[in-house]
Design a protein around this ligand. Structure first.
Ligand SMILES: [Zn+2]
Length: 414
């Protein structure tokens, strides 16, 4: 399969937007959307929604759900202050087959008041650094341009663009919106940055959060030590039990930290807590880790007592046949464009985990290329703006045209 005449027009139309893509990237990178900066997220939401409406998309906002309070992580966190973020779903086309759900997050991990604020283009204009430039403002920018190019050229496409504002903090507010949308679509595309070398992630582990809270009895360490029951000692036992859980060879991980416990060195502590994260390759290992954590919990009136809370919010994303076919379809587009698209596994998680868990075959690293994610060195390969936008536009067009039944059929459009 090579590019059809219409697909060659798509390639040219994206190429002609080269400087517009860069300017749009600058605009979005310089709107700070990290650190629960709802003003920045709202501005991003408005800018993108206006363009989606301009394409004739039907748009609606889905209010966010609240996040369990214990997930604050002992570090202050966002709980109790943060207004649950709203997700936007904009839909175009009413096909009953070949419906594409495109998911993008507007938030970043970067402090909105920190020094890393601007898009700085390197001499030679091949790369640039900036907060969220690859994760995932670049992805948002190319997806928006891809949809506009398809509309401009009259290419029929059936898609929903879902924008959320809490991916970096676990998608607690927008998970319901994602699951609801996943049900009505045939293919999922998430705009996370490509893996190193431009690779597509086809398998992801799952991830979960937990908190172990212990309760003891306070006593003066000098006068009444024997009357006390140390919550810290009990927590230490629990931590050692968790430390025995991981089986890295089988892909299970359990990490503990941060910790809290005690108020003064001369008082037996009556409360302590630890937060942690688990990673697992499949539902069975998630259940096994969950059962091990739950087994640490004691009866409510036990002394010392242990309460375990957990939220395994990112299910594992194993390679399923539908996702493999979708990945091969994306690879076909890349190769028709003269690019390569290697496949890889990753220990990271994203909203693609939720989309596929909701039954939607999903590939989730169709965004731009770059690196230094979640660091002040985050960078983007600027040539990927055009290349990945071309790939995305043609992929969306082919998926919309071919329908899910025709995934392996050659493209017949001319
Ligand atoms: Zn991301």
């Amino acid at each position: 399969v090579t590019l059809s005449g219409l697909e060659q027009k798509i390639v040219q139309a994206v190429e002609s937007r080269k400087s517009a893509l860069l300017e749009d990237l600058r605009l979005h990178v310089e709107i700070p959307t990290g650190g629960f900066n709802e003003d920045g997220i709202e501005l991003t939401r408005q800018l993108l929604t206006a363009r989606l409406k301009g394409l004739g998309a039907i748009h609606r906002q889905v209010p966010g759900d609240t996040k369990p309070g214990w997930l604050g992580g002992g570090t202050g966190g966002d709980c109790g202050v943060y207004i649950p973020s709203t997700s936007v779903c904009a839909r175009l086309g009413n096909a009953i087959d070949g419906r594409v759900l495109i998911a993008g997050h507007m938030d970043t991990v970067h402090d909105p008041a920190g020094p890393f604020r601007l898009l700085s283009i390197a001499p030679g204009r091949k790369t640039a650094t900036g907060p969220g430039c690859v994760d995932m403002k670049g992805g948002l920018v190319i997806a928006m341009a891809a949809l506009e190019v398809l509309e401009e050229l009259g290419v029929p496409a059936s898609w929903t663009f879902l924008l959320n504002g809490d991916e970096e903090t676990g998608t607690y507010h927008s998970e319901r919106a994602i699951r609801e949308q996943a049900v009505g679509h045939d293919f999922g595309l998430a705009l996370e940055p490509a893996l190193p070398g431009g690779a597509l992630a086809i398998e992801r582990v799952g991830s979960g959060q937990f908190m172990i809270e212990t309760r003891g009895r306070a006593a003066h360490a000098g006068r009444e030590f024997a009357k006390g029951v140390s919550a810290v000692n009990k927590l230490a036992e629990c931590i050692l039990a968790v430390a025995r859980m991981p089986r890295p060879e089988a892909g299970t991980v359990a990490n503990i930290g941060p910790l809290r416990g005690g108020v003064a060195t001369n008082a037996v502590p009556d409360s302590a807590a630890a937060w942690g994260n688990v990673r697992f390759p499949d539902p069975a290992s998630a259940d096994e880790l969950g059962a091990m954590l739950d087994s640490l919990q004691t009866e409510a009136d036990a002394m010392p007592g242990v309460v375990v809370r957990r939220s395994f919010n990112r299910p594992a994303k194993p390679l399923i046949p539908g996702t493999e076919r979708l990945a091969l379809r994306a690879r076909g587009v890349a190769e028709d464009l003269g690019m390569t698209l290697p496949f890889e596994k990753t220990g990271g998680v994203c909203d693609g985990n939720i989309m596929q868990d909701a039954g939607l075959p999903t590939i989730d690293t169709v965004g731009v290329r770059g690196g230094g994610l979640h660091t002040p060195e985050e960078w983007i390969d600027l040539t990927s703006l055009v290349e990945r936008c071309q790939m995305l536009a043609i992929l969306i067009a082919r998926l919309s045209a071919g329908g899910s039944a025709a995934l392996d059929a050659p493209v017949t459009r001319s």
